[in-house]
Design a binder for this molecule. Sequence first.
Ligand SMILES: [Zn+2]
Ligand SMILES: [Zn+2]
Length: 271
Amino acid sequence: MLASMGVSVSMLASGSRGNCAIVASASTKILVDAGISCRETFKRMKALGDDPRLLSAILITHEHSDHVYGLATLAKKLRIPIFMTGATHQVWARAMRDANGNRPQLEKLERFEAGHRFQVGDIAVQPFTIPHDAADPVGFTFRAEGIKVGVATDLGYIPVSVRDHLRGCDVLVMESNHDVEMLRVGPYPWSVKQRVMSRVGHLSNVALADFFTNDYDNNAAFVVLAHLSEQNNHPEIARREAERALAMRGGLFANHVLLASQTEALQPIRL
Ligand SMILES: [Zn+2]
Ligand SMILES: [Zn+2]
């Protein structure tokens, strides 16, 4: 007997040393990004009681190594469809060439385009363009069983188009990368600081708070703060900023704020 298990979101890893999450319905299990090793991905899934052999597909947001580090091995082991945009695939394949210049072959590559919805099993996926310094970076929303999940990390700011896509989410995974002051006085070289702070860099705590205060529809039961910098942020600072902004909207108790971790998987969020 299989009762409906609803929709779940598992944050396996989040941050500049690797990003990986699972969005699942009762019958479909999507790996969102493959930024930690295959072995570590399997280990973290098993720790949550999850079976890697049940994964349906892997979706890639962009080609930065903290999102694709484990991809080649995972693709080879699991032999499931890999969804990337054409431009992301091109840059990834070029970077992955072996000593003889041969590009890696993905057995089941599925190209998608930002703005064009597609289906993986019973999950409807909507990819949308985000402002980030990669070839063709995207965020995603996922819909199944009347539940909507939004994932937007690695973005320099939140354009109107992204705000529109994130409306009505029941789970919202948002980047809360850095504390601007910590980044400013921190150890990064100036060029890197400039990159992180730019319109195609990463979202700061205060930029996310501004979104919560001014543009967010207060709809999500769970807000996950993700891609936190280990150098230029602190989980409690990120949490405080987000909760303060949500409280201003009277939404603090409606939105359960969670912090995704670099070093261990979060317990699955179930809806
Ligand atoms: Zn990136
Ligand atoms: Zn990243």
